[in-house]
Every structure is written in C-alpha cells, then in structure tokens.
Design a protein around this ligand. Sequence first.
Ligand code: FAD
Ligand code: PYC
Length: 417
Amino acid sequence: MQRYSALGLLTQGLRHHENWQRVWRNPTPKKHYDVIVVGGGGHGLATAYYLAKLHGVTNVAVVEKGYLGGGNTGRNTTIVRSNYLWDEAAHLYEHAMKLWEGLSQDLNYNVMFSQRGVLNLGHTLQDMRDIQRRVNANRLNGIDSEALDTQQVQELVPIMDCSPNTRYPILGASWQPRAGVARHDAVAWGYARAADALGVDLLQQTEVTDLIVEQGTVKGVSTARYGDLYAERVGCVVAGNSGVLAKMAGFNLPLESHPLQALVSEPIKPILDTVVMSNHVHGYVSQSDKGDLVIGAGIDSYNGYGQRGSFPTIEHTLQAIVELFPIFSRVRMNRQWGGIVDTCPDACPIISKTPVQNLFFNCGWGTGGFKATTGSGHVFAASLAKGEMHPLAEPFSMFRFHTGALVDEHGAAGVAH
Ligand code: FAD
Ligand code: PYC
C-alpha cells in the first residue's frame, strides 16, 4: 500500500496553494468557444483536460459558479472501485479505474491514488448471495474481485468486530484489491492545472443563469458575471443542479437531488489500512493519510439542496460504525458536511445528447461519481469533440428512460439509497 511522508504532504499542500493563486484570477473570457463545459467539478475539469489533450480542442471554457472542486468533488469520501454488476457499468467504471492507475503520471501531479482495497460487507444470507453474484460477474469482465468469508475479513481488518453475537454479524464480504482512495482536491487541482496549461479558460465565480437556445439548438450560456458566452457545443456537468440546468433548456431529467453526508474524526495513528463499506448498515469508513477516520452515511431520504444533511441519518451511521468497530467509540468527530447528489432511478449516470441540438449532459452519478471522474471526463470529452456519444457512454443515454433499457446498479451502488 502506498503511504506518503509528512514532507510529501507539505509539498503537495504548497503546490495546491500555488495552483489556487495561479488559476484563481480568471482569464478574460472570449466571446466564442468551441466547447463550454458548465460545472468545474472533477468531471467538468477532466472533460476539459481530455478535450484539449486528446482531441486538440483547446478553445474551451469551464464555467463554475463557485470555486473549482467546491461541489461534490471536494465533499466525497474518495472511494474508487469498479466492482459493478452489469457489463455496461462495469466497463465504464473499469475504464475509469485504468485511467486512475496512470493519473498522477499523466497529470504530473500526485493525486495520492492508493490501491488499498475495498471490502463490501455482507450481513445476511441474501447479502452473501448478491455478493457472490456480483463477484462472478466482475470476474467475467476481467475485474479483480473475490468473495471472502468471515475469517478472511477478520484477517484483513483485525480491529473490526467479526464475532457472531453482534447486531450486524459479518458473514463475509466482496473484496476488490485494486480499489482504494485518492485525494479528491488533488484530483480537481491536477485536472485544472493541466487543462489551464493547455489553454482552457477556467472561469470561477461565474454562474450560468440561462442556456441560450435558438430553434432547438444551443448557442451558448448566459452568465451572471460575463453576460452571454457563445459555443458550438455545451456540456453540462453540474451534479445536483442538473435538473435546474435542464429546465433552462426546456426539458426534464429523471433525477432527484438528495443530501449525502460524511464526517471525519480527529487524526489518529494508522489503524485501518483498507476501506470498509456496508450498504446494509448504512455506513463506511477508511483512514486518510492524515490519520482522520473518513466516515460516510446513506443518503437522506428527502429531496433538498442544503449542503448539510439531517442528524438522524448520521447518528444511525455512527451507531452502526461503532457496532462494527467498538474501538472507535471514544474517537471524537472533527468535521461533518453534506453534498447534493443527483440520483437516477437505476443508480446509473446520464451521459447523453439531449432534445436540444449540441447540448450534452453528464450527470446522475449520485453517490458514486468520484470513482468515475477519470472515465467520465474521458468519454464525455470524446463525445463533445465528435458530436457522437462514445461507445462506453451509449448505454447511459437519457432516452433509456423512454425505452426501458435501464442498467440497475442499486446493489452495487455501495451506499444506501
Ligand atoms: P461536482 O463536483 O458537484 O461539480 C459540479 C459543479 O457544478 C459544482 O462545482 C457546482 O458549483 C457547479 N454548478 C452547479 N450549477 C452551476 C451553474 N448554474 N453554473 C455554473 N456552475 C454550476 N463517489 C465515489 O465514487 N466515491 C465516494 O466515496 C463518494 N463519496 C461521497 C460522499 C459524499 C458525502 C458525497 C456528497 C458524494 C460522494 N460521492 C462519492 C459522489 C461524488 O462526489 C460525485 O458523484 C462526484 O464528485 C460528482 O462530480 P461532478 O464533477 O459531477 O460534480
Ligand atoms: O460509490 O463506492 C461508492 C461510494 C462510497 C461512498 C460513497 N459512494
């Protein structure tokens, strides 16, 4: 497992600061772009980077209403894995995983991708049957995946209570050794810096207030800060705000926006060197390189845009985590926050053309899009450059909700919905 020295972390921190200052001053926007990407999260920034790097499309603006990476990209719990059930999803997430494996070198920026493995626990016979089914499907797709029994789980995580008398006895788990975590702000900064170096305009504090549509074709965006900006193609990558942008263009998306919460503890000595998730008990935990326990919950069941979340959800998660890890019962919480995730009925994304010509959407990643940042940006860039959807994106058209060709990944979503 990769670990980082204190000096390495400090250097990385200074580089973040340096990049923040460099990118912070917005360039003077052009009036006309080849592509405007709305949303400066990881997916939007990755899209801009691959457009410039792989397709030679450098006349690109990323228009972000806040600061780069300040949405879900900077709020997630950084779990990266590709153990999805259905071929369509498995291919897309495994494509992303392969890009993760070379990302620090590609960007010349350490995104601290650490392949420390992810366990998805099973607590009932039905959980174990679902795990076995998914592991088999993963292996048929060439994805590293194993089904472990209680004893094997205990060996991997000695501090977890695997005894049979607990409230949620652990019957086993799925295990993906190549899965892990990455540093989420470094991912945003790495892509931003590389896109900036290739000539992409990064326009922060610039909210898109309307989409300019004439005779069924998008012509550009109206912004609060710079007025109208025109483009040949517009790609919207705005996560929980996607429904709002779709409404501007005159159509609806089958998305719900829900708060999803996480928290970190005070930093403690290294104690957990893998990622433990339990969909059944609605909680998951890893330990960051700084030493904090990174803990996340299931989604809040109500719709909302408040980036906080409700107390009962996080209380339930902490009860479950303490049941699994009694040793954590006296660790203090440091920070708690929420993000707004955009969930689709089949727990899969939308990467798609829309009823408006030259307007594309990439959204619906819900609770699981951080791991897809690389692959999503890669296939969306190809789609925007060519005007045709990349083959890996095809199954995720918004029109699947008309045809019924859903890709139901609720079981692999990893987080309770
Ligand atoms: P964002 O990072 O949200 O970027 C969208 C951007 O669009 C924002 O910066 C926003 O300000 C901007 N925007 C919105 N409206 C406008 C507008 N009108 N004009 C201009 N800009 C606009 N996924 C995993 O794979 N693993 C995890 O462990 C994981 N944990 C999570 C934990 C939490 C608590 C949360 C909230 C999410 C988690 N996720 C996880 C999901 C993951 O964070 C998201 O799916 C992913 O980050 C989405 O990236 P994005 O770039 O599409 O969205
Ligand atoms: O999709 O693996 C995931 C995930 C973990 C935490 C939130 N989402």
